[in-house]
Write a protein of this length. Structure first.
Length: 136
């Protein structure tokens, strides 16, 4: 997790307001491994603990699968906030997600671009190396 993730979650919480709940679903380790070819830096249980402890997050649960389809069907949110990086990505899965959101009446919002533009991939190698060092 990097500051861009935090800023996106805070942006999402501001959109739902104090009366709404910010529900965050996290991708399972197996789906990350299948999609990206590597295990996440932190296992799901640690990611749930970390994200769930943030003041802006009301509920943090494991997602199902590699898409947001389960999350949208399960929680039927009034608004679904995606990171700004998804504004430029089009996949078959994202098309299915956006069509489901439209059927549910869910507004799809994209977080603004953050400066600096943090990237998980840049920090991941450093964190993995550090974690490996700690485990010795």
């Amino acid at each position: 997790m990097h500051p861009g993730h935090l800023w996106t979650l805070e942006y999402a919480k501001a959109l739902v307001g104090t009366a709404g709940r910010l529900v965050v679903t996290l991708t399972p380790d197996s789906e990350i491994r299948a999609r990206k070819g590597h295990v996440p830096v932190y296992p799901l249980r640690h990611r749930l603990e970390l994200v769930g402890a943030l003041k802006c997050v009301d509920v943090c649960v494991p997602g199902r699968g590699s898409t947001a389809l389960w999350s949208l069907q399960q929680f039927k949110p009034t608004v679904w906030v995606r990171g700004n990086d998804w504004l430029w990505k089009w996949t078959r899965a994202s098309s299915l997600e956006e069509r489901l959101a439209a059927r549910l009446g869910t507004d799809v919002e994209f977080a603004p671009p953050w400066k600096p533009d943090y990237r998980s991939s840049a920090a991941m190698a450093l964190v993995k190396n550090w974690n490996t060092h700690l485990e010795k």
